[in-house]
Design a protein. Structure first.
Length: 188
C-alpha cells in the first residue's frame, strides 16, 4: 500500500528524503544535500537523485501543486514532476539561480532542456501540468493566483505510465525545507 496524502492512498517515493512529514493536511520535507534531476546538457553529468512523491498514472491527467520553500543555495528547487524513467521526465517549479527566484521548467528526453522566467520575490507558487495525448502544458501562478500563465508546452510520451507528483532537490547546498499545502490530481 502507498502513502495516504492529498485524498489518495497510492503515493510513493522516488528517492525518499531523510526528513518528511504528511501531518497537517500537507507535505513538509527537508531535501537531502547533493540531490538533483538532470541529464547531460551543458554540465556533462547525469543526476537522478532528487525527491519525488508521486502517483503512477496513465492517459490524460492534470496535476496541480501549491507550495512554499526556504530556498537558500544555488539551484535549490521545488515544484512538480512527471517521470517515465531517468531519461524521460519533466520538472517545473521554482529554482534559485544566481540569488534570483526563477519559475523553471526542464523537459528531458535523453537530454535536459531548461527554461526560466524571472519571478521576483515570491513566497508561494502554484504550478500545473496537464497531460493530453503526447503533450504536457505547464502553467503557473504567483502568490495565491491560479496557474493560468503558460510556461511550457512540450512532448511527453503518450499512453506510457508516468509517476506524477511533487519534487524538491538541493544540487549544491546542504538542503532546505519545502511545504506542499495543496496537491490535486485529476484524471480524464
Amino acid at each position: 500500500m502507498g502513502i495516504k496524502a492529498f485524498d489518495r492512498d497510492d503515493w510513493q517515493w522516488l528517492n525518499e528524503p531523510r526528513s518528511w512529514s504528511d501531518e497537517g493536511g500537507g507535505l513538509s520535507l527537508t531535501t537531502d544535500p547533493d540531490t538533483d534531476f538532470w541529464r547531460t546538457t551543458h554540465y556533462g553529468f547525469d543526476r537522478d537523485t532528487g525527491h519525488v512523491l508521486g502517483v503512477p498514472l496513465t492517459g490524460d491527467f492534470t496535476l496541480v501543486a501549491s507550495f512554499t520553500a526556504d530556498y537558500a543555495a544555488q539551484y535549490d528547487q521545488a515544484g512538480i514532476a512527471l517521470r517515465v524513467d531517468s531519461r524521460n521526465w519533466i520538472k517545473a517549479g521554482v529554482e534559485l539561480v544566481d540569488d534570483e527566484f526563477q519559475v523553471s521548467t526542464v523537459v528531458t528526453r535523453d537530454f535536459s532542456d531548461w527554461s526560466v522566467v524571472p519571478a521576483g520575490h515570491i513566497t508561494r507558487v502554484t504550478v500545473s501540468a496537464a497531460r493530453e495525448g503526447d503533450t504536457v502544458t505547464v502553467r503557473y501562478g504567483l502568490g495565491d493566483a491560479a496557474p493560468t500563465t503558460m510556461l511550457r508546452l512540450g512532448y511527453f510520451p503518450p499512453e506510457v505510465a508516468a509517476l506524477a507528483g511533487v519534487m524538491a532537490a538541493a544540487p549544491t547546498g546542504p538542503g532546505f525545507p519545502a511545504r506542499f499545502d495543496r496537491v490535486q490530481v485529476t484524471t480524464a
